[in-house]
Design a protein around this ligand. Structure first.
Ligand code: MN
Length: 193
C-alpha cells in the first residue's frame, strides 16, 4: 500500500463516494513475466510470472493462444528464481530438462483480478484461489490472460481474455524467434555448444 494515496483516502468515505479508491501500489506495480520455449524431451513453453519474489511456473505444451475460445493446458511446475527469466541457452544432456531454452517472450504484467466490489485481489491470493487474471505487456504478447486451476493442484488452463489483443492467428508459429536475442532455436543450440 503506497503512502501516496493515504491523504486522498483519509479525506473520503468510499462507502459514500463513487470516486475511485485508487489501485494499491501492489496491484499497479508492474511485475515480470517470461515465456521460455523449451525443446526438452517434449517441446513446450514455460510460462513464468513473478509472484512473491519467485517465478511461479507452468509448462504449456502448445504455448499460448490469442483466441479466447481456446483453452491451453498449463501444468504447474516448481517455482524458479527471478534470475531464471534471463536464461537462454542450453541445458546439457544428462541434466534435468536437457535441451534448448529460448526466451520466447518477456516483459511485465499487471494483476487485474478484482473481487465483485471491484477491489484488487493480491496475486498470492489469486494463486491460492486458482484464478489468475493478468495483463501482459511483452514483446509479442499484449493484453489480458487468465490462468484457471481445475481438477487438481497441477492442472491449469491458460486462456486469452477478450480484449482488443485477442486474435485468431497463431502467435506461436508466426513469432518463433527469441524476443531477447532474435535467434532461432537452432542458432541458440549452435551458439552455446
Ligand atoms: Mn521446461
Amino acid at each position: 500500500m503506497g503512502k501516496k494515496l493515504s491523504t486522498y483516502r483519509k479525506k473520503r468515505d468510499f462507502d459514500k463516494t463513487a470516486e475511485p479508491r485508487g489501485v494499491t501500489a501492489a496491484s499497479s506495480k508492474r511485475l515480470r513475466f517470461v515465456i521460455q520455449k523449451h525443446a526438452a524431451t517434449h517441446l513446450h513453453f514455460d510460462f513464468r510470472i513473478e509472484i512473491g519474489g519467485v517465478l511461479k511456473s507452468w509448462a504449456i505444451p502448445k504455448g499460448v493462444s490469442l483466441t479466447p475460445s481456446v483453452k491451453r493446458l498449463a501444468m504447474l511446475t516448481e517455482d524458479h528464481p527471478m534470475a531464471y527469466a534471463n536464461f537462454e541457452g542450453i541445458i546439457h544432456e544428462g541434466e534435468y530438462g536437457a535441451g534448448v531454452v529460448m526466451i520466447w517472450d518477456y516483459g511485465s504484467y499487471k494483476n487485474i483480478k478484482t473481487d465483485k466490489d471491484g477491489k484488487p485481489i493480491s496475486m498470492k491470493k489469486c494463486f491460492e484461489m486458482g484464478r489468475i487474471e493478468i495483463e501482459l505487456k511483452g514483446k509479442k504478447l499484449q493484453g489480458a490472460f487468465a490462468l484457471i486451476r481445475f481438477r487438481d493442484e497441477k492442472h491449469w488452463l491458460c486462456i486469452k481474455m477478450r480484449d482488443e489483443h485477442a486474435s485468431t492467428k497463431s502467435v506461436v508459429s508466426s513469432r518463433d524467434k527469441s524476443a531477447k536475442s532474435g535467434k532461432t532455436m537452432l542458432q541458440i543450440k549452435r551458439g552455446s555448444s
